[in-house]
Design a protein around this ligand. Structure first.
Ligand code: GLN
Length: 538
């Protein structure tokens, strides 16, 4: 296969021993420290599962689905990449086994390989390599391999990156392996054996890691580092402690302190300026300094897995930092507050702002509307996101406009009072993968509205992921009772933002603002919500 000598250098990040070691954060932090030295980075995630993309997976199964500007439904790690680096991510930055096979089988049917037996090596591995090389748009491309070393389904990806070292040359490729170094409490000992085994596993497929990132409770001693280096055949200064942290934004600083960026540029033979990590240092300092606290209520369905609302939780923490306060999130179970005679007031005790996040399916929606009504009537600052916006409109139609049967067509297809209905071109029975309204769309804001004030401009761009929208036939009726439509598509047809008259902060948005929040530049809607909550609390 021809691999045109890309100018980019490649860092491949694999993970061993167990999953959930924070490979995504590690890859992102490598990106952050390289950017701090003036390098341009790109970050890619390869996922070994067979879904063509994660868009069809339950968030409780795989965590949040992250949406890029160009409308790709991607792994949540891309959210970390965007929050830790300035890389512009597109649908090329994430691909799965499913997508690779889809492509190879399409080519086979078209006759592209006429005469050949199509095989994992070289056809699947070539497709993987092609897709990696397509991302060679920066000085350094960081490629994270999903899953854990030893998984059967990850093998073609590991084989592809093994080949890439030969194709591109040793000076242009680097293997970083993230592993676990557990502390056995009863014995009071640090154990290096799992790391040794994991490296052995990699070696058996021809990959010798250059750098080991060792997840550990406490910093590794020189002795332990020496032992790992000896058994795993890496230099002692390439055994890096990836110590547990209270806040993920400390990771780039820790990596730098351990000399990771120095090792990377030495090994890849790159010349850079001295790193400037002051922005990260200030951020971490700020997280430690805030003294006052508010409680933010969240009524959503996927509360069992923290990862389901990853970007949302991050956006809230950015807004807390921007307001110099701490935010405690209280999850309010929609099914509990929907029960007849439920103590709604009790559930909201001490809550100074409410968020109803995006979601799919009817379960929990009645309870979410109980929460929205409480926030509306008690003037608690409210931010409704996507489904949270749609339910705010339905709740308002029912309880402020007297349209008792108000519904969403998602839950009652033939409702006469479908305040929320399918968008043009969308139906309930269409193929589900990649067919929603996805990605960034422009939105025009009404002058003088709260949204325009918060954003400080009259046109914005936000990312979408939905099939339904506000039904314009109810526009006048709802507006006459105090609903304000303050953001629309540039032609005025699609309702993108609603607000309420006579409420200090009530905003529903059809898009997902959480995808655009960054640690150093909090999103205006979240920043505004927390600030409104603080003034209500006073
Ligand atoms: N289920 C709703 C729709 O498809 C809302 C989607 C969402 O909240 N992301 O329109």
């Amino acid at each position: 296969m021809k691999t045109k000598a890309a100018k980019s250098k490649f860092i491949f990040v694999t993970g061993g021993v167990v999953s959930s070691l924070g490979k995504g954060i590690a890859a992102s932090s490598v990106g952050a420290i390289l950017e701090s030295r003036g390098l341009k980075v790109n970050v890619v995630k390869m996922d070994p599962y067979i879904n063509v993309d994660p868009g069809t997976m339950n968030p409780l199964e795989h965590g949040e689905v992250f949406v890029t500007d160009d409308g790709a439904e991607t792994d949540l790690d891309l959210g970390h990449y965007e929050r830790f680096t300035t890389a512009k991510l597109t649908r090329d930055n994430n691909f799965t086994t499913g997508r690779i096979y889809n492509e190879v089988i399409t080519k086979e049917r078209r006759g592209d390989y006429l005469g050949a037996t199509v095989q994992v090596i070289p056809h699947i591995t070539n497709e993987i390599k092609d897709r990696v090389l397509r991302n060679a748009t920066a000085d350094v491309v960081i490629v994270e391999v999903g899953g854990t070393t030893g998984d059967i389904e990850g093998l073609p990806f590991l084989e592809a990156i093994r080949q890439l070292k030969t194709d591109l040359g040793a000076q242009n490729t680097l293997f970083i392996h993230l592993t676990l170094v557990p502390h056995i409490k009863t014995a009071g000992e640090i154990k290096t054996k799992p790391t040794q085994h994991s490296v052995k596993e990699l070696l058996s497929i021809g990959i010798q890691p250059d750098i080991l990132l060792c997840r550990t409770e406490k910093e590794l001693s020189t002795d332990v580092k020496r032992k790992i280096a000896l058994f795993c055949n890496v230099a002692e200064n390439c055994v890096i402690s990836a110590t547990d942290v209270g806040n993920i934004y400390e990771v780039p600083l820790n990596f730098h302190r351990e000399g990771l960026d120095d090792r990377i540029i030495e090994k890849l033979n790159i010349w850079t300026r001295q790193p400037d990590l002051s922005a990260w240092e200030n951020l971490v300092k700020k997280t430690q300094s805030s003294t006052h606290k508010i409680v933010l209520g969240m009524v959503g369905k996927y509360m069992a897995l923290k990862e389901s609302y990853k970007s949302l939780n991050e956006a809230i923490s950015h807004a807390a930092l921007a307001n110099d306060c701490k935010v405690e999130i209280r999850y309010i179970d929609p099914e509990e507050i929907a029960k007849p005679g439920a103590d709604v007031k009790g559930a909201f005790q001490g809550v100074s702002a409410l968020i109803v996040p995006g979601g799919f399916g009817e379960r929990g929606t009645e309870g979410k509307m109980v929460g929205i009504r409480y926030a509306r009537e008690n003037k608690i600052p409210y931010l409704g996101i996507c489904l949270g916006m749609q339910l705010a409109c339905i709740e308002f139609a029912r309880n402020a406009c007297g349209i008792e049967g108000a519904q969403s067509a998602e839950f009652q297809e033939n409702s006469k009072y479908a305040i929320i209905h399918y968008m043009h071109g969308q139906t309930s029975d269409m193929a589900k993968g990649g067919t929603m309204r996805l990605g960034a769309y422009p939105c025009k804001l009404s002058s003088g509205s709260l949204s325009a004030k918060l954003y400080g401009k009259s046109e914005i761009s936000e990312r979408h992921r939905h099939r339904l929208e506000f039904n314009n036939s109810f526009r006048e009726q709802l507006e006459s009772k105090g609903l304000k439509i303050t953001g629309t598509s540039p032609d005025g047809n699609l309702v993108e933002i609603v607000e309420l008259k006579d409420h200090p902060f009530f905003i529903g948005v059809q898009f997902h603002p959480e995808f655009l929040s960054r640690p150093m530049t909090s999103h205006p809607l979240f920043k505004g919500l927390i600030s409104a909550a603080l003034s209500v609390k006073k």
